[in-house]
Structure formats: C-alpha cells, structure tokens
Design a binder for this molecule. Structure first.
Ligand code: FE
Length: 207
C-alpha cells in the first residue's frame, strides 16, 4: 500500500473559527467540504486536540474563511502552529469582523467565508466530524483559493538544510510546517512541536 496516493487528493485550506464565552479562537484545516446544496450543508473534521474542536462541539457554531493564494505564511503560523489554549490568536491581528453567528470572519488572505450551525457530530477517534447547515456566507475577493498543494509549493518557506547537518547528522523534516528534527531515527511516537502532526508526516531530508 502506497500512502503517497493520499497526497494526490486535492484540498482547500480554511481558517475555522469558533467563539465560546466571549473567547475567540480559530485553526487551520484542509477538511471543509460541501455536502449538499438543498439545503446548503458543509462538513469539517477538526482534530480533537485543537481547542477549536472543543469550542465547536460545545457551541455548535463556526465560520470557515476560505484561504486564498495571497495568504502569507504568517496567517498559517498564527492560526495553525500555536494553540488557542496558550495564546490569544487574535492578539495583534485586526483583519476580521464578526459574523451573525458570533464567530469571526478572517478578511486577510481569504476570498470567502461560510458560517454554519452544526446538525450532527461524529466522533472519528482523532477528529470530530461536524456536519453543519450553512446559515450565512459571502465572497470577499476574487483571488483564487489556495489548495494544500499551493501552500506546500508557494507559501510554506523553502527549507534551508539539505541532506545532513554540518556535523553529518540526519535531518527529518515535517511535511506540514517545515520543522526539522535532527537524529538518526525519528521516534515512532514523535509529534511535531510546531504543528502537532505525527511522525508519519515527517520525511528524511536527502541531499
Ligand atoms: Fe509540523
């Protein structure tokens, strides 16, 4: 079985936001999908370890802002590589306004937003799958949407290390965020400290 087949599936990228007890949060996901059009329904799978997942489970409300090709890596760093449990992801950020359902719409590096109310929640083990009815939506601009491949090729900074370190040690690089681990073997239970993806998302850097 060749896991690389999964890499050929095309995905969009989204900032999914929630608000609970006056606290706003959001995370980056590639899992927003339109399910039906009459009525309009979308689904989003959010890793349970994400604070946003817990907030959506409790409030049943979220907005997915669609990431466009003019998004900067800073947007991914802000919403993707830190936890809302530790920081206020909106601190020092002012490119947003509040949707009618109380969650925030991201207006920088995005081209549309979709607010939704959860109808069904399915526990998938690592992720919660939310099936939600669209309650409001609009477009923001006409910059094309960024696919996950576009992010990998154009937005994620190009790695600097090639092959081994100056000391001749092996480098493993996170395919998601670019974090580098140095060591002959990457522990099987290793979790990326930046983006929280597992060891299977790391690749050995070869010269
Ligand atoms: Fe990572």
């Amino acid at each position: 079985m060749n896991k690389k087949a999964m890499y050929t599936i095309s995905y969009g990228l989204f900032v999914v936001t929630a608000c609970r007890d006056g606290k706003d949060n959001g995370c980056i996901t590639n899992t927003v999908i339109q399910l039906t059009s009459e009525p309009n329904r979308i689904s989003v799978a959010v890793n349970k370890s994400n604070y946003t997942s817990e907030m959506i489970r409790e409030t049943g409300l979220f907005t997915a802002s669609v990431i466009a090709q003019d998004a900067t890596f800073d947007l991914f760093r802000r919403f993707g590589f830190q936890s809302g449990r530790d920081v206020d992801k909106f601190d020092g950020f002012d490119s947003f306004y509040r949707a009618e359902n109380g969650t925030l719409i991201i207006t920088e590096g995005t081209n549309a937003w979709i607010s939704a109310e959860v109808e069904q929640t399915i526990d998938l083990g690592s992720h919660m799958l939310f099936i939600a009815r669209v309650t409001d939506m609009n477009t923001i601009g006409d910059v094309p949407s960024a696919t996950y491949t576009y992010y990998q090729e154009k937005i994620k900074p190009k790695p600097e290390a090639i092959g081994k370190t100056a000391e001749g040690k092996t480098i493993w690089r996170c395919r998601i965020c670019g974090y580098e681990y140095v060591g002959e073997e990457l522990p099987e239970d290793f979790i990326c400290p930046i983006c929280k993806h597992p060891a299977s998302d790391f690749e050995k850097v070869t010269g």
